[in-house]
Design a protein around this ligand. Structure first.
Ligand code: AMP
Ligand code: MG
Length: 472
């Protein structure tokens, strides 16, 4: 039996709406993440296909769709909420961590607006592979516990096979959850949400002189670190709306996200991001902006005096660029096998990589192999015009880079876009072999394996993926 707890569902009715998952005609298991199930304290045998498809609500569950708002591409929407997901409940793992179990793609809810409440096989497997790859890379993220198909055909561009992802998260509380209650001027609920969130994710803030402020600062710290981690692996979230930013500091809501191959800071894949708002290099500014929205919702809880509240919250928010820069440079120092790094060494390298269209992942991996006793040529050939690189290399080698440090942080394998695309195409035809292989290779991203050398390579020109599409 799954021992479900329902602390979020026990919050007052403003926070959610009761919601049973929809029944589906012909549920089939695509993948069950048994290792994760055990890690979080669930016996995999209890995760039957009927439970994972939403056809059987586990005993003790109190399923709800959660309420939230959000800024989408800068425009505020006062009510979004789970339009195609239900929170089944929470489990507390052997590590003492409480985690949400959510079914995504489980049918319409009161928050569905015009949506059908469904998910389809491609985006479900994209989220499965991406989130598990991020976890294996050591980056905070929601996890994928299972993927099932429903037997329903769902209308998108054509008819596609319906699917449900079982998602595990430290919680599904978003910046947009705070915005929801703030927009309704419901200070009581905001206060309640803050207490709940502090107790669940930031217990140390409860003891601070000003818990709301300590909470804001702690969230800022986690987000600064998270976005820095994304950038160090070339990850582009794609839809950093405030409803897609987790308060617990996990990567959440994998839609048109992607890892870039060729390095350029302006890289964007999402088909809906025409302005490049969420480009690789814009992610820190956007995170900062999102956190400022969180700050706005907390002002009345920071201080009764509105001016003082604004001033103190602003001072905390102003720390974001510094915190981000520290995390970013500490991460690039490790990628370069150093303890600390001068900012110019990183920016000069990245500028040169962008100018030469160098593959981000291959570069750091080949550089690692070079320090490990390999040849410089495989690195050098990545640059069409290697002169500036030669100069940079001299500067860097003088600092005595450590190969072991580099090996631990520079992945051999990332979920390359063209692989993801092929995996999705195959799955749509009912062939899950590429999905299985991709999942397998990405479980140990730092370890080169002979049978997977193909997966290291960037796309051939004809394989390059120009745009990724939303999960919807
Ligand atoms: P997303 O872009 O997936 O982060 O979703 C943004 C909002 O749209 C959230 O409130 C979702 O619940 C909702 N949404 C996305 N897809 C659907 C769908 N197929 N049916 C109903 N609501 C959806
Ligand atoms: Mg979302």
């Amino acid at each position: 039996m799954i021992r479900l707890d329902n602390s979020f569902a026990a919050l007052p009715p403003q926070f959610h709406a009761p919601q049973e998952p929809a029944r589906v005609p012909e549920p089939r298991l695509v993948k069950l993440n048994e290792g994760l199930a055990r890690e979080i304290g669930i016996d995999p045998a209890d995760l039957t296909v009927d439970v994972l498809a939403g056809n059987k609500v586990p005993e003790g569950a109190d399923p709800v769709a959660t309420a939230y708002a959000g800024h989408q591409f800068g425009g505020f929407v006062p009510q979004l909420g789970d339009g195609r997901a239900v929170l089944l409940g929470e489990v507390v793992g052997p590590d003492g961590v409480r985690r949400d179990i959510q079914l995504k793609g489980s049918g319409r809810t009161v928050f569905s607006r015009n949506g059908d409440g469904r998910a389809v096989i491609g985006p479900v497997l994209r989220e499965y592979v991406m989130s598990e790859a991020m976890a294996a890379l050591g980056i905070p993220t929601t996890r994928a516990l299972a993927a099932v198909t429903t037997g329903d055909l769902v209308r998108r561009e054509g008819l596609l096979l319906g699917a449900v992802l079982t998602r595990v998260a430290e919680s599904h509380i978003r910046v947009g959850t705070f915005q929801f209650h703030f927009a309704r001027r419901d200070t009581e609920s905001l206060k309640r949400l803050l207490e709940y969130t502090i107790a669940r994710h930031y217990p140390e803030a409860a003891a601070a002189a000003n818990p709301a402020l300590a909470f804001l600062e702690a969230v800022i710290q986690r987000q600064a670190k998270l976005v820095a981690r994304w950038m160090q692996v070339g990850f582009i979230h794609g839809v950093m709306n405030t409803d897609n930013m987790s308060i617990a500091g996990e990567t959440i809501d994998y839609g048109p996200c992607a890892f870039m191959d060729t390095f350029h800071p302006d890289t964007v894949f999402s088909s809906i991001d025409r302005q490049g708002r969420y480009a690789w290099g814009n992610q820190p500014q956007i995170a900062h902006w999102n956190l400022a929205q969180l700050g706005s919702t907390l002002l009345t809880l920071v201080d009764r005096d509105a001016d003082k509240a604004r001033e103190t919250a602003q001072a905390v928010l102003d720390r974001f660029p510094v915190l981000f820069s520290e995390a970013y440079h500490a991460g690039f120092a490790r990628k370069l096998g150093l303890e600390t790094v001068e900012k110019a060494l990183v920016s000069d390298l990245l500028t040169d990589m962008a100018n030469n269209g160098v593959d981000f992942t291959l570069f750091f991996r080949r550089l690692t192999r070079m320090v490990d006793g390999g040849d410089v040529e495989p690195v050098r050939t990545l640059f069409a015009h290697p002169e500036a690189f030669d100069e940079w290399l001299k500067r860097w080698l003088q600092l005595g880079p450590d190969a072991a440090v580099m090996r631990a942080v520079n992945p051999v394998y990332i979920p390359r876009n063209h692989r993801m695309e092929k995996m999705i195409e195959a799955a749509e035809r009912g062939d899950y072999a590429p999905f299985e292989r991709l999942t397998e290779v990405l479980t140990r991203p730092f370890e080169a394996r002979d049978e997977f050398t193909d997966y290291e390579n960037p796309p051939k020109p004809e394989e390059v993926v120009q745009a990724t599409f939303c999960g919807t």
